[in-house]
Design a protein around this ligand. Structure first.
Ligand code: SF4
Length: 342
């Protein structure tokens, strides 16, 4: 079992200590005996230890920065929610294909923001604009927030905040099984707790540093028993020899263990593997031995966000994935909702 994350190094912005959460976190890290350094800004961590880029990257991925979120303008988060809510940035996992390779290649350290009340107030404004329509906030657009939440409890606070909200709903997704502290949160059914899952091949070769499938599923069962609406994101769907059988086994395993109450309100999201050229460069630098197939000529080019083109599978391959995995969902979970394939 992958152990809960403990940073090797902690940085703190002086302003973070003006917030109670900032002070509590630093006290906790001092008690844990962690090395704590000051930084003027969470955006500029310089002089991370390490003799070369490879080492620096790994140390950055186990460095936690306690900071204040200045930008309170939220990004949109289609298709899974209306807005991305920023509680953390970065992740301790080492998934080769990770989307963060594109968005934060040069700053892979993990940032947690302590001005949660200000972030909630900003969310409130977005909700007001859309009320009485509900507004969904996605908390895992820039991190795997569950991976760090056993230390920060920011997500737990957010779950309880949205539990009291009239128009807001929270969602997030994780590849970590460290969920015990979230089981007693007063969610009032307003948070959809999702797990990112994949077949054995993808997890074995491309997702080091994250919880194994069986551990994620065991955590999903606990979450369902705690009454949370549950969901699964199958991502990235990756074509490899035996993929149809691999994904079938994954769905079979899931069906074997999920409690009845969970399957009555279950969602699936399907996301095919894609990459950008900037991400490819970062992946090849940081994971030079990766088997991940990143051959542009085999893929279809598609316009992406911020004008960065991405490489997705060819149309026929996409149809095959959608049909195959959609068929498994229909067969094993006839009452579940397939929210989208992208
Ligand atoms: Fe990226 Fe998610 Fe893997 Fe973290 S767990 S490295 S956010 S894909």
């Amino acid at each position: 079992m992958v152990k809960p994350f403990v940073p090797q190094l902690v940085y703190v912005e002086p302003r973070a200590l003006e917030y109670q959460k900032g002070r509590e976190l630093i006290d906790k890290f001092e008690e844990m005996g962690l090395e704590i350094k000051q930084t003027t800004s969470h955006n500029q961590i310089r002089n991370l230890p390490g003799d070369n880029d490879f080492q620096k990257y790994r140390i950055a991925k186990s460095t936690l920065v306690v900071g204040v979120r200045k930008t309170l303008k939220f990004d949109t988060s289609k298709p899974s929610a209306e807005y991305a809510i920023p509680f953390a940035t970065g992740c301790m996992g080492h998934c080769h294909y990770c989307y963060l390779q594109t968005t934060m290649g040069s700053k892979p350290y993990i940032r947690t923001y302590v001005n949660t009340e200000e972030i909630f107030s900003a969310a409130e404004e977005y909700m007001k604009e859309r009320a009485p329509e509900p507004t969904r906030f996605e908390a895992s657009c820039t991190s795997d927030i569950v991976g760090v939440d056993h230390l920060t409890h920011t997500l737990k606070d957010a779950i309880e905040y949205f539990g009291q909200s009239e128009h807001g709903k929270l969602r997030f997704v994780t590849k970590f099984a460290h969920v015990d502290h979230l089981l007693d949160a007063k969610h009032n059914g307003r948070t959809r707790f999702r797990f990112s899952i994949n077949d054995d091949y993808v997890i074995k070769y491309f997702e080091p540093g994250t919880s194994k499938l069986d551990d994620r599923i065991e955590a999903a069962v606990k979450v369902a028993k705690a009454g949370y609406p549950l969901g699964f994101i199958v991502a990235p769907i990756y074509l490899h020899d035996g993929w149809k059988e691999g994904y079938k086994k994954m769905f079979e395993k899931l069906q074997g263990v999920l409690p009845e109450q969970a399957v009555q309100d279950l969602t699936f999201e399907l996301i095919q593997h894609r990459f950008t050229q900037p991400a490819k460069r970062v992946i090849q630098k940081n994971y030079p031995m990766s088997k991940l197939e990143l051959e542009e000529s085999k893929r279809k080019w598609k316009w992406g966000r911020y004008g960065i083109g991405k490489y997705v599978y060819q149309d026929e391959e996409q149809e095959d994935m959608k049909h195959t995995l959609g068929g498994y969902i229909e067969h094993y979970f006839p009452n579940a909702k397939l929210e989208y394939f992208t």
